[in-house]
Design a protein around this ligand. Structure first.
Ligand code: GDP
Length: 406
């Protein structure tokens, strides 16, 4: 059996939204009516290379105070019995209710790791305005997040994954990452762009054969088509997409950006398409002419390079050294007169490269400084791939070695 993470909380705090967010599919039913009874929902999920199950311990129907107390007990008992990690979900907008405190007390007695998800913190503004003092008083690590918008959820999952028991034999039998994730492994290259910019022609050049049907009519290529080819001793899987409409599918793939940039050159001038590219300013730019085949092969070399970069594992001392230097040179802005300091940094994942840094006031770090850190990080380690930065609350209690294990 895969390890289990249980979401516990009184009705309407956003458990099923969070569940859906974690499992990535809309499995649990979300009802706007408080206290709608549901069956428990189980689903598999994965994060940072670990697979686990998630359970939404479901709703109870508190008609009377007495029933509420019983329902809360049952929910907590079941979660403690079954799960490896407990996530107590509360509504940070509303603040703590009696049932939250009751659940917290029960969970604390259970002796299993408990993380506190402070839900409905929908924006950085809200996060800054929020007084986490009350939530911290429960004695668990607090993760401000928005199940609705997804912000903060991966920080919660990073911590949850670290609290999971060591990988079982069953899990070990399954590869942590597919062969595509390994440096030197097959490279998936998605080509995206507006219709008619020359995607199919470029793909044909890359393949060296007329395998994609290039048609002059806009919008001919509808669904993603895959073909593989070899270049420089490696396998490339080329994916022709229906264009930027399939955003999610393509943004998952690092290599996409080099092609995207490359395509800019063959695109007719289009301001909107230039705007789409702003957020990938770190991606290499290749000028090509798909028709003439000039430098087209260079795209494959670059894609391979980026593919391997995204799987880089950096040494912790180098990371820590970088963090210290960076904040010494350019400290984060003061927060209400207090310094914001970063301490321990560790890499917690690849593809995308994910870095966790402990901070005394994570919620006080604004987007601009986060971007600055990420840009500096890319510069220092010469990376041209997406980087995910996670800021973690430096725990005030005795650390349980969190971070060192990753
Ligand atoms: P559950 O009873 O704890 O499972 O709560 P639900 O997931 O059914 O959510 C209860 C209500 O809170 C719904 O109306 C959701 O749309 C809303 N909600 C859930 N998460 C968020 C969030 O992150 N931000 C905001 N603003 N609303 C949320």
């Amino acid at each position: 059996m895969l390890p289990l993470v249980a979401l516990v909380g009184r009705p309407n705090v956003g458990k099923s939204r969070l569940f859906n967010r974690i499992v990535g599919r809309r499995l649990a039913i979300v009802e706007d009516t408080p206290g709608v009874t549901r069956d428990r929902q189980y689903a598999e999920a994965d994060h940072a290379g670990r697979r686990f199950r998630v359970v939404d311990t479901g709703g109870f129907t508190p008609k009377a105070e007495e029933q509420l107390v019983r329902a809360v007990r049952e929910q907590a008992d079941a979660a403690i019995r079954e799960a490896d990690v407990l996530v107590l979900v509360v509504d940070a907008e509303q603040g703590l209710a009696g049932a939250d405190r009751e659940l917290a007390a029960l969970l604390r007695k259970g002796g299993k790791p408990v993380l506190l998800a402070a839900n409905k913190v929908d924006s950085t503004r809200r996060a800054e305005a929020l007084d986490l003092g009350e939530l911290h008083s429960l004695g668990f690590d607090v993760f401000p997040l928005s199940a609705e918008h997804g912000r903060g959820v991966s920080e919660l999952l990073d911590a949850a994954v670290e609290e999971l028991p060591p990988r079982s034999e069953e899990e070990d039998a399954q590869p942590e990452e597919g062969p595509e994730a390994r440096p030197g492994g097959p490279v998936r290259l998605a080509v995206v762009g507006r219709p008619n910019v020359g995607k199919s022609t470029l793909l044909n050049r890359l393949l060296g054969e007329e395998r994609f049907v290039a048609a002059a009519m806009p919008g001919t290529t509808r669904d993603a088509v895959e073909e593989s080819t070899r270049h420089g001793g490696r396998t490339f899987v080329l994916v022709d997409t229906a264009g930027l409409r399939k955003k999610r599918q393509v943004t998952d793939k690092v290599e996409v950006f080099s092609a995207q940039r490359a395509l800019r050159a063959v695109e007719r001038a289009d301001v909107v398409a230039a705007r789409h590219l702003q957020h990938v300013g770190y991606a290499p730019l290749v000028f090509v002419s798909a028709l003439e085949g000039t430098r087209v092969q260079r795209i494959l070399d670059l894609a391979a390079e980026l593919h391997d970069q995204a799987a880089t594992r950096l040494k912790t001392p180098e990371l820590n050294d970088w963090v210290q230097r960076t904040q010494d040179e350019h400290p984060a802005p003061l927060w209400r007169g207090y310094p914001v300091r970063f301490s321990y940094a560790v890499q917690v994942g690849v593809r995308p490269i994910s870095i966790a840094i402990q901070c005394n006031r994570p919620q006080a770090v604004d987007e601009a400084y986060r971007r600055f850190l990420v840009n500096r990080f890319r510069e220092r380690f010469q990376l041209h791939v997406p980087v995910r930065l996670v800021l973690r609350q430096k725990s005030r209690s005795t650390p349980r070695g969190r971070g060192e294990r990753a």
